[in-house]
Design a protein around this ligand. Structure first.
Ligand SMILES: *[C@@H]1O[C@H](CO)[C@@H](O)[C@H](O)[C@H]1NC(C)=O
Ligand SMILES: *[C@@H]1O[C@H](CO)[C@@H](O)[C@H](O)[C@H]1NC(C)=O
Ligand SMILES: *[C@@H]1O[C@H](CO)[C@@H](O)[C@H](O)[C@H]1NC(C)=O
Ligand SMILES: *[C@@H]1O[C@H](CO)[C@@H](O)[C@H](O)[C@H]1NC(C)=O
Ligand SMILES: *[C@@H]1O[C@H](CO)[C@@H](O)[C@H](O)[C@H]1NC(C)=O
Length: 513
């Protein structure tokens, strides 16, 4: 190991004391698999999404999207809020890029508001003011050597598509999404080298069409409170169209742009690490079902061209079928798997055993129970989100699982983070002292480094999130940011975690380049 590397390693080890990457691993990271078509840099950055950050919901010709409409209906959002203004990043992006510069990160994950550039999807014109906005954002990032990683659809779709043909329930959305991708690659792809087609399609399918807690609020009686829907069928139809929409965009990227633009395109799934509740073969099989019904649902379809066996067996005809033409599009697969990972759970069988009733225990969900504790002990340290327990070893385990199942396809951790509850009584000083987040990131990065040492091809890590933001159904009551945002005057202030990252990233970026 040469001495400059050891100095960097030393600096880094002081700051994030045990996140160490061996020198041979560093060299591995620079191996360009297909010269000219893959970038060299390990991405270290923060993540965001347009609806949670941008605001400016009616500015400069933007059309309405499904989240604009949903949040304006009463009763959906905990604090009755919405993303009309959000963090006003639409107007404050330069200030936010300065925050990134201060942290020393080399990338930023954001999403494009589909309705901002195509207010009526493919049934109307391109809104050039929207294109100009993203051009300015991309250029300002690149000027600071911050690589953009762009998500095309991060929950929001133009309301027009919902009203015209039922959004994700219709196969028509495949062409619409392909067209949208085409526009983005055409206008931005000369400078943008990392694309995520869809963020957490698994969450959109389950929340929008099984539980009815996200737009378009569709479900059946025993699953939620909706006027329309079919919780046992529609999630699989919507998911099928999301998978084929991904394939449509990737096919266009592969055939029209990738060779010239030289970027990578993938998809981001919401994941958890699942531990069997016991060593019984039933709980082990239930754990496999949980993985299949939550993420292999999408990844197997995109990478292998078929749904997981566990799903086929249980769902039979309720699972849509890929036509010969679909299969052809699916052959374009993906270049990287995006993993949004926060937490873990124990999995108990409900297929052969009597178990607690709850979400996931019905047959169309895979017949298992997700437990967060065993013998009265939580799986990890609890946090302010009832579903989020700190389980850093899950990072290594999940990444190794993906490596093995998907033949070491490149992986990018597209989200990882933790929230504080908004407490109007706490002082700013206390709100900035986010020691739990610092420890969380430290332990998860350390675990990620273990997977990389074991040979997993990990290309990047994005902390969720750059700023406190609009946390969907929780509104502004949860704070996921590395920077504190005063939601009254929108002032941003670095939390302890942001300053730790700023010290550490200089080292990590040097280390991994
Ligand atoms: C179901 O939704 C309707 C309309 O949004 C609302 O009035 C009602 O209170 C809800 N019922 C329950 C049990 O949440
Ligand atoms: C599974 O079995 C191993 C070896 O018998 C034991 O060490 C472990 O604690 C068991 N795990 C569970 C979850 O029961
Ligand atoms: C803030 O203080 C008020 C008044 O003392 C109290 O009623 C409220 O519960 C506190 N809120 C929180 C989140 O602690
Ligand atoms: C947020 O801003 C408002 C208005 O400027 C101010 O009154 C309040 O004290 C600020 N809150 C914190 C926690 O700094
Ligand atoms: C931050 O919180 C930790 C405990 O979580 C405490 O030990 C430390 O003194 C606090 N720092 C400041 C500046 O308040």
């Amino acid at each position: 190991m040469d001495s400059s590397i050891s100095i960097i390693l030393f600096a880094f080890s002081v700051l994030f004391s045990s996140f160490m990457v061996s020198f041979s691993q560093i060299k591995n990271l620079s191996i360009v698999k297909e010269p000219g078509s893959f970038p060299r840099n390990f991405l270290f950055g923060t993540a965001s999404s347009c609806y949670q950050f941008e605001g400016a919901f009616l500015s400069d010709g933007k059309g309405l999207n499904n989240w604009d409409v949903f949040t304006h209906e009463t009763g959906h959002i905990a604090d009755g809020s919405n993303g009309d203004i959000a963090l006003d990043q639409y107007n404050r992006y330069q200030e936010d890029i300065k925050l990134m510069e201060d942290m020393g990160v080399n990338s930023f994950r954001f999403s494009i508001s589909w309705a901002r550039i195509l207010p009526k999807g493919m049934y109307g014109g391109v809104n050039m003011a929207g294109i100009q906005h993203y051009n300015k954002l991309i250029d300002a990032l690149l000027q600071k050597d911050i690589q953009p990683l762009i998500t095309l659809a991060h929950y929001d779709i133009p309301q027009e598509l919902e009203e015209r043909y039922g959004g994700w329930l219709s196969p028509k959305i495949q062409d619409d999404f392909g067209y949208y991708g085409d526009i983005c690659f055409k206008y931005f792809g000369d400078r943008v080298k990392y694309w995520v087609t869809i963020n957490e399609p698994n969450v959109m399918a389950v929340r929008g069409y099984r539980l009815g807690t996200f737009p378009p609020v569709r479900c059946s009686g025993s699953f939620g409170n909706c006027t329309f829907g079919n919780s046992e069928k529609e999630p699989f139809i919507a998911a099928h169209n999301m998978i084929l929409s991904h394939a449509a965009a990737v096919t266009i990227y592969r055939t029209k742009y990738q060779e010239r633009q030289g970027g990578m395109i993938g998809i981001s799934l919401n994941t958890q690490w699942y531990e069997p509740f016991s060593n019984s073969s039933q709980d082990n099989y239930a754990t496999q079902r949980a993985r299949s019904f939550v993420y292999n649902w999408f990844l197997d379809a995109i990478i292998f061209g078929k749904y997981p066996e566990e799903m086929q067996k249980i769902l039979g005809n309720n699972l849509p079928i890929f036509s010969r033409n679909d299969m052809k599009k699916l052959e374009n697969g993906l270049d990287f798997i995006g993993l949004n990972l926060y937490t873990a759970a124990y999995i108990k069988d409900c297929l052969y055993s009597v178990c607690e009733l709850g979400q996931y225990s019905s047959w169309s969900e895979g017949s298992y129970f997700r437990a967060t504790e065993k013998d009265g002990v939580y799986i990890g340290e609890p946090t302010t989100m009832d579903w989020l327990f700190v389980y850093p070893q899950g990072m290594e385990k999940l990444v190794m699982y993906m490596k093995d199942r998907f033949n070491n396809t490149p992986i990018i951790i597209t989200e990882n983070g933790i929230a504080e509850s908004d407490n109007p009584n706490s002082s700013l000083e206390d709100a900035l002292n986010d020691t739990q987040r610092v420890e969380y990131m430290h332990s998860y990065l350390n675990s990620l480094a273990n997977a990389m040492r074991e040979g997993a091809d990990v290309r990047g890590y994005f902390a969720w999130s750059l700023l406190d933001n609009f946390e969907w159904l929780e509104g502004y009551t949860k704070r996921f940011g590395l920077h504190y945002v005063n939601f009254t005057n929108l002032q941003r202030t670095p939390k302890l975690s942001a300053t730790r990252v700023s010290a550490a990233t200089v080292a990590v970026v040097n280390l991994l380049l």
